[in-house]
Design a protein around this ligand. Structure first.
Ligand code: ADE
Length: 226
């Protein structure tokens, strides 16, 4: 899968994909992330990509021309499945959207800044608008990093143990069960006996029961969808 991210702060996107699982995904050639500085499509030699908003009001708006040129330049080389705009007024991101997007081949992600982007880009180029929650970030970059991470780890071959993404919280609309590692007794705090029983069926039933209990207490809203 290939993801092209358009931003005015590419530095913010250097680290998130250069370590740990995202690095492994890229090294294995399973995920390509290309970060593009919007200023290369600026409207003048001062690197201008934003302007005052019509009608007045505080805050600059990202202009049509640089964004349109960026999207059209990238689209010459391949067909994109989605042009995603990160914005607090988009649909709320969740595991189901991550699953859907992980099946795509090529994605563009636009990171908004300032007051946002000219509405005409949203109308004519953007195919999907995503929010990572009901709060406002200073730009879309960190939100884009979260979306790419959530998608990237789902790509086949990225996680070592193929089943581990299946056991994630939310994958079946239930939360993940508690996990433990050695020692079996830490300061008198014991690991549940059943996990030491060596009986895989019992362990599986226990985990499922724990997941259900945890979801009932913490996120009862999810159980309706389970
Ligand atoms: N840009 C600013 N805030 C955002 C949010 N909550 N989700 C996605 N993009 C954003």
């Amino acid at each position: 899968m290939r993801i092209d991210i358009i931003t005015v702060v590419p530095e913010l996107l250097e680290s998130p994909f250069s370590h740990s699982i995202m690095k492994r995904a890229r090294d294995k050639g399973l995920l390509e992330v290309h970060v593009h500085h919007l200023r290369q499509w600026a409207v003048n030699e001062y690197g201008q990509v934003d302007d005052y908003q019509y009608g007045g009001g505080a805050g600059m708006v990202m202009m049509c021309e640089p964004l349109a040129n960026a999207i059209e330049t990238l689209s010459k080389d391949r067909q994109y499945d989605e042009v995603i705009f990160m914005t607090p007024d988009g649909e709320r991101f969740n595991q189901s959207i991550a699953n859907q997007l992980s099946l795509k081949e090529n994605l563009i992600i636009i990171c908004g800044h300032y007051k946002g982007i000219d509405e005409r880009i949203r109308e004519h180029f953007v195919t999907r608008e995503i929010s990572i929650g009901d709060f406002v970030l200073s730009g879309g970059e960190l939100a884009a990093a979260i979306v790419v991470d959530a998608i990237g780890r789902l790509l086949p071959g990225v996680l070592n143990d193929e089943t581990s993404a299946l056991m994630d919280s939310f994958q079946d609309n239930i939360l993940a069960p508690p996990v433990y590692t050695r020692p079996a007794d830490f300061r008198g705090w014991k690991v549940p006996d059943i996990l030491l029983s060596g009986d895989p069926k019992k362990v599986e039933d226990w985990r499922y029961e724990q997941s259900i209990q945890r979801t009932k207490i913490r996120r009862p809203d999810l159980l309706d969808k389970h």
